[in-house]
Design a protein around this ligand. Structure first.
Ligand SMILES: Cc1ncc(COP(=O)(O)O)c(C=O)c1O
Length: 381
């Protein structure tokens, strides 16, 4: 089956008891047993729930995985993955990564003795400077947030396999429609399903996928033991959102490419970050590992002041000023004061993340309306 067919059919079999075409929202905490231990595969909804099982089946198929697990947020999925490690283990991460991941690693797990190195993983040679016998995991985010750097997944996987290191890819920005890291050799894919997977800015959820049954069992154990599971209604919402993922992604990509092209030629714009641009420094790798270049565009302004950035955001009326991304509606964000505020300014600047950087989550509205809004807002800068 091709992607769009899987998104609609896999995990969406009619309900066996009624024939309902849509998987019911099994709003139950527990399940009657015929006699102790004799049940229909469900005992307690922290452990399993049929609405969640249906969604996990769909999610696994989208990433060409055997297994998927859902969590109550993207951060909860990340939390479970890091709990595979033990004190003394080390992780090599992308330096330009989601601020919440940085916070989880440095403020929560570092004090349990896990060490995190943050380096620009697009410069592969730098890996060897920090790689050592304690390195147990690579943590890749690609495209990165918010600078939209592209990390060569296959090249990292080659190093990882040589040294028996796990490779985890946060695939939130690409979505499984554009990029499938497991096919490139990664061990675990993680998503903030809050974003493109759900797609309608109405739910917070996380998920992970893997083809490694041993890892899956450890992660399922953590999911049940720590208990950060999503409610059945949210599983229903994400399952419903996924049915149009392929159509939404096509329009996100089309709109983002048009906006990036427009911004490149605008006299008030200093730099545009979009992996679809031929002069983007990782454009060739993006072409190799992604089907298209995604719906996120970042840019900075020539007049390097916070006031200019704020003026743009105030006047770009169709782009709501909000955290998050990946919904049908366009959003604008200011990483330095919003998503990445938890990263110290010095570290942010070192990663190339200027105070005037503006990030657009380009929605699926009509392209012309979005371009008109941007044109208007830039004239007000
Ligand atoms: C790339 C990326 N990974 C993970 C997360 C965390 O996901 P959640 O907000 O669903 O916990 C986010 C949230 O913005 C994100 O952008």
């Amino acid at each position: 089956m091709k992607f769009g067919t899987k998104a609609i059919h896999v995990g969406n079999e009619p309900d066996s008891s009624t024939g309902a075409v849509i998987t019911p929202i099994y709003q139950t905490s527990t399940y009657a047993q015929e006699e102790p231990g004799k049940h229909k595969g469900y005992e307690y909804s922290r452990t399993q729930n049929p609405t969640r099982t249906a969604l996990q089946t769909t999610l696994a198929s989208l990433e060409n995985a055997q297994h998927a697990l859902c969590f109550s947020s993207g951060m909860a999925a990340e939390d479970a993955i890091i709990k595979l490690l033990k004190p003394g283990d080390e992780v090599i991460c992308t330096n330009d990564l989601y601020g919440g991941s940085f916070r989880l690693f440095t403020k929560v797990f570092a004090k349990f003795g896990i060490k995190f190195h943050f380096i620009p993983l697009q410069e592969i040679d730098l890996v060897h400077i920090v790689l050592n016998s304690q390195t147990k995991m690579f943590w890749i985010e690609t495209p990165t947030n918010p600078l939209l750097n592209i990390i060569d997944i296959q090249s990292i996987v080659e190093i990882a396999k040589q040294y028996n290191i796990l490779t985890v890819v946060d695939n939130t920005f690409a979505s499984p429609f554009l990029q499938n890291p497991l096919d490139l050799g990664a061990d675990i894919v993680v998503h903030s399903a809050t974003k493109y997977l759900a797609g309608h800015s109405d739910v917070v959820m996380g998920c992970l996928m893997t083809n490694n049954t041993d890892l899956y069992q450890q992660l399922a154990f953590l999911q049940n033991s720590c208990g950060a599971v999503p409610p059945p209604f949210d599983c229903f919402l994400v399952q419903r959102g996924i049915k149009t993922l392929h159509l939404r992604m096509a329009q996100h990509c089309k709109n983002a490419a048009s906006i990036a092209k427009y911004l490149v030629n605008h006299p008030k714009v200093e730099q545009v970050y979009y992996p679809g641009l031929i002069n983007h420094k990782n454009h060739e790798i993006a072409k190799k590992q992604m089907k298209d270049f995604g719906g996120m565009v970042s840019f900075s302004l020539k007049s390097d002041s916070l006031e200019s950035a704020f003026n743009f955001m105030k006047n770009a009326k169709l782009f709501l000023l909000a955290e998050s991304l990946g919904g049908v509606e366009s959003l604008v964000g200011h990483p330095a004061t919003m998503t990445h505020a938890s990263i110290p300014r010095e570290d942010r600047l070192k990663a190339g993340l200027k105070d005037t950087l503006i990030r657009l989550s380009v929605g699926i509205e009509d392209t012309d309306d979005l371009l008109e809004t941007i044109d208007y807002a830039l004239n007000k800068v």
